[in-house]
Write a protein that binds this ligand. Structure first.
Ligand code: SAM
Length: 284
């Protein structure tokens, strides 16, 4: 196996099933001089299981900015470092961003070791479009802020991927139902790679009801995926132009209304005329 000295390895760890830890990851963690971990007790158990005896240094969201420079100094002095988080890929809703950014600014080589990531694992089995998706991590724990975030995502056409705490899943699903619409398709992926792995598809209304009725679905770790909003039809009229056209149609013949609406809104006359015709035929 290639092993590089004087660099920062960013190593993904399993999200549940220890069988998902690669032999390369284990080897690298055995050979580096120091491993930056989120929680020494948590990662201590993982390292012990794989007989990795490398010293650890705690690096979490509260001390990362302060410690990044001194950790990287180790590398500048000739040592080799690895970064892991409690589970999955570091930096993905986990610490590491400041360390990696500073390492790159200093010209230190950063070598990623790929592995589990709950968001990508969930996407690979959800059956929702994956050609484009948007990862938003955790929504706010506060209901008002969470609702605002969802309002901002209402028209997003990409598949939406969230991490959610089991304590908030019921409230989040009900907020989603209210804001994104009860018929929007979604997938709840729980306890991935673990004994009680559950991946359920349904509308937001169906998933909401299922989670409310079955307390087991409010336990463990959860990725929530929501289908994007339907893309706007390029032939659809902008709502303001539609409003102006409707007002003018109440007083003027179609051709004149379309001409005037085009002048007011800047939308093409032909498009306004076509929409006006539709409205007239529908008796609107
Ligand atoms: N860095 C990690 C990754 O690559 O997935 C994510 C860390 S984030 C602090 C932890 C969240 O990830 C959990 O609250 C849950 O939403 C999601 N998660 C982690 N493991 C999971 C699993 N086995 N099944 C479902 N979701 C999981």
């Amino acid at each position: 196996m290639d092993f590089h000295k004087q660099c920062l390895y960013v190593v993904a760890t399993p999200i549940g099933n220890l069988g998902d830890f690669s032999s390369r990851a284990v080897e690298v963690l055995r050979r580096v001089d120091l491993i930056a971990v989120e929680d020494t007790r948590h990662s201590g158990r993982l390292l012990q299981h794989f007989a990795i005896k490398t010293p650890m240094q705690a690096l979490h969201e509260h001390n990362e900015r302060k410690l990044a420079a001194s950790l990287l100094q180790n590398i500048e002095e000739g040592r080799t470092l690895a970064l892991i988080s409690d589970a999955g890929t570091p930096l993905l809703s986990d610490p590491g961003y400041h360390l990696v950014r500073l390492a790159r600014e200093k010209g230190i080589r950063v070598i990623p070791l790929p592995g589990a990531c709950a968001a990508v694992t969930a996407l690979s089995a959800a059956g929702l479009p994956t050609d484009h998706f948007r990862f938003d991590g955790f929504l706010s724990a506060k209901s008002g802020a969470r609702r605002q975030q969802l309002e901002a995502l209402k028209q997003e056409t990409l598949t939406l991927v969230f991490y959610e705490s089991p304590h908030r899943i019921k409230e989040t699903l009900s907020d989603m139902q209210a804001i994104l619409g009860s018929q929007r398709q979604a997938v709840l992926a729980r306890e991935l790679t673990k004994t009680f792995e559950t991946i359920r598809s349904g509308t937001l209304a169906e998933l909401s009801q299922w989670v409310a009725e079955d307390a087991n679905q409010r336990k463990g770790e959860i990725v929530l995926l929501v289908q994007g909003a339907p893309a706007a039809d390029p032939d659809d009229l902008d709502p303001e132009a539609e409003r102006v056209l409707k007002i003018l149609l109440q007083e003027l013949p179609l051709k004149q209304a379309a001409t005037l609406a085009a002048e007011i809104t800047g939308v093409r006359k032909k498009k306004l005329y076509a929409r006006g015709l539709e409205l007239k035929q529908a008796g609107d």
